[in-house]
Design a protein around this ligand. Structure first.
Ligand SMILES: Nc1ncnc2c1ncn2[C@@H]1O[C@H](COP(=O)(O)OP(=O)(O)OP(=O)(O)O)[C@@H](O)[C@H]1O
Ligand SMILES: [Mg+2]
Length: 380
C-alpha cells in the first residue's frame, strides 16, 4: 500500500496536518470579502490550504463563482505578470463556466479582453485572452473584468501565489496595487508568499505600494503533538507505531519542516521491514538514507552558490542550523568572513531562499536536507 505521506505536491484537505486557526481565518476572510496576506517559510502548507479553502468556497451554497489562481513564481517583468494573469484568468473561466452558453455569457462581460473561445479536437473548451496594448493595460483590464463580474453578481475570488516575486519587476507593485484598489471592496483577495524579507519590504515599509494592505497571517510550526497524531494515524495503516518522544526527535531532526518530515515518514513506511514500534535508530537510519538518496540533487542545488556563500551555509549548519546573530564576531570568524561580506552573503542567501529569517530574527535553513547534506558530505 502506498503511504499517505505526500511531498512535492499540493495537498488535499485530509492530508493537511493542523493549520486549524489559519483555516478558520482564511474561511472568514473569504466569506467577508477581506484581503489577506499568508506567509511563512517554504513548504509550510500555504498553497495547499489556500487551494483547499478556494475549492470549498467554490463548492459552497450559491457559489460556483470565478476563482482565479495565479502563481507569480520567477516573474521579472510586467509582460510576464500580464501573461501569467491572463493564463490564470482563462483557466478560471474554463473551470467556472464549463457549459458553453454560460461561458459565452461570462466572456461577454469582459469584452475589452478580447476573449476567444475554442474547442480542441476532443470537444474540450479552451479560452484565451487577447490582451490589448501592452502589459500594464492588460493587467488593469483583467482586474477590471473581475470587478465587472462581481457587479453582475458572479462571486469572485483572487489568489496570487509567490507574490514577492513581482518585486523584481519594475513598477509592478504600484500598478497592481492601483488595479486592486479599483475592485469592489468585497472581493476577497489572498496573497501568498514565502520570502519574509521581501514581503516585509513590500507590505510593511511606509512608502511601499502595499503598505497597510490586508490582514497578515503567518504560518508557524505545527505543534509536535499534532504532527505526532497525524503520523501515527498514517503509520498505523502500515502496521507501524511511534512514541511521542521519537516523533519529536524526528520532527526536530528535520527542523519541523512538514515536507521533509513527510519524506522521512514515507521512507519509514516503505523501508522498515519489521512492523512494530519505530525507534530512534530507525528514524536516524531513514534520515541518513534520505540524505544519501538526495545527494546529487542537493549537490546540484549547491552549485549555484559561491565558495563564500557555501562556507556561510556550512558554518550555519555546524552551529546547529539556527543562528540569531550571524553578524556577530563569533559567527563571522567561524565562517572566515568580514562583516560586510557576511551581510551581503546573508542577504543573497535569503533572496535565494536558501535560508529563512523568522519573526524573532533568527536565521535557519529553508530545507533541512541541505543542512544535513552539508554536515554529511562536507565533514563535521
Ligand atoms: N500542514 C501540512 N501537513 C502535512 N504536510 C504538509 C503541510 N504543510 C506542508 N506540507 C508538506 O509540504 C509540501 C508543500 O506544501 P505547499 O506547497 O502547500 O506549501 P507552501 O507553503 O505553499 O510551500 P512554498 O512556500 O514552497 O510554496 C506538501 O507536499 C507536504 O509534503
Ligand atoms: Mg506555495
Amino acid at each position: 500500500m502506498p503511504s499517505r505521506f505526500y511531498f512535492d505536491t499540493v495537498l488535499d484537505e485530509v492530508d493537511i496536518c493542523n493549520l486549524h486557526s489559519e483555516r478558520t481565518r482564511i474561511a472568514a476572510a473569504i466569506g467577508n470579502g477581506e484581503k489577506i496576506l499568508l506567509y511563512g517559510r517554504r513548504n509550510s502548507g500555504k498553497t495547499s490550504l489556500a487551494k483547499v479553502m478556494a475549492a470549498k468556497w467554490k463548492a459552497g451554497p450559491g457559489h460556483g463563482g470565478m476563482f482565479v489562481y495565479v502563481d507569480f513564481y520567477g516573474v521579472a517583468s510586467m509582460t510576464q505578470i500580464a501573461s501569467r494573469l491572463s493564463a490564470a484568468m482563462a483557466e478560471g473561466y474554463k473551470k467556472a463556466f464549463p457549459a458553453r452558453a454560460a461561458l459565452s455569457a461570462a466572456l461577454e462581460i469582459a469584452k475589452s479582453l478580447r476573449p476567444k473561445m475554442d474547442f480542441d479536437p476532443d470537444g474540450e473548451i479552451s479560452v484565451s485572452l487577447g490582451l490589448t496594448e501592452g502589459p500594464n493595460k492588460g493587467v488593469s483590464e483583467i482586474i477590471a473584468a473581475l470587478g465587472a463580474m462581481k457587479q453582475r453578481k458572479i462571486p469572485v475570488l483572487l489568489v496570487m501565489d509567490e507574490f514577492q516575486d513581482i518585486h523584481q519587476a519594475a513598477e509592478a507593485e504600484g500598478i497592481l496595487r492601483g488595479c486592486l484598489q479599483t475592485l469592489p471592496h468585497d472581493i476577497p483577495v489572498i496573497i501568498l508568499g514565502s520570502k519574509r524579507h521581501l514581503l516585509t519590504t513590500m507590505f510593511n515599509s511606509p512608502n511601499a505600494a502595499f503598505f497597510n494592505w490586508g490582514t497578515h497571517i503567518e504560518f508557524g510550526d505545527i505543534p509536535y503533538d499534532e504532527y505526532w497524531g497525524y503520523m501515527s494515524e498514517r503509520f498505523a495503516e502500515v502496521g507501524l507505531s511511534i512514541s511521542a518522544e521519537t516523533s519529536r526527535i524526528l520532527q526536530d531532526e528535520l527542523d519541523r519542516v512538514p515536507e521533509a518530515i513527510n519524506r522521512v515518514c514515507a521512507r519509514l513506511c516503505n523501508q522498515f521491514p519489521a512492523r512494530g514500534e519505530l525507534q530512534r535508530v530507525h528514524v536516524h537510519e531513514a534520515v541518513r538514507d534520505l540524505v544519501e538518496s538526495r545527494q546529487s540533487t542537493i549537490e546540484q542545488y549547491l552549485g549555484r552558490f559561491t565558495e563564500d556563500q557555501e562556507r556561510a551555509l556550512l558554518t550555519l549548519a555546524r552551529r546547529g542550523g539556527l543562528e540569531r546573530h550571524p553578524m556577530s564576531r563569533d559567527f563571522t570568524a567561524a565562517a572566515r568572513l568580514s562583516l560586510t561580506g557576511a551581510r551581503k552573503i546573508f542577504a543573497k542567501l535569503e533572496d535565494e531562499s536558501a535560508i529563512y529569517r523568522r519573526g524573532d530574527g533568527a536565521y535557519l535553513f529553508t530545507d533541512p536536507l541541505v543542512r544535513l547534506h552539508l554536515l554529511r558530505f562536507r565533514g563535521n
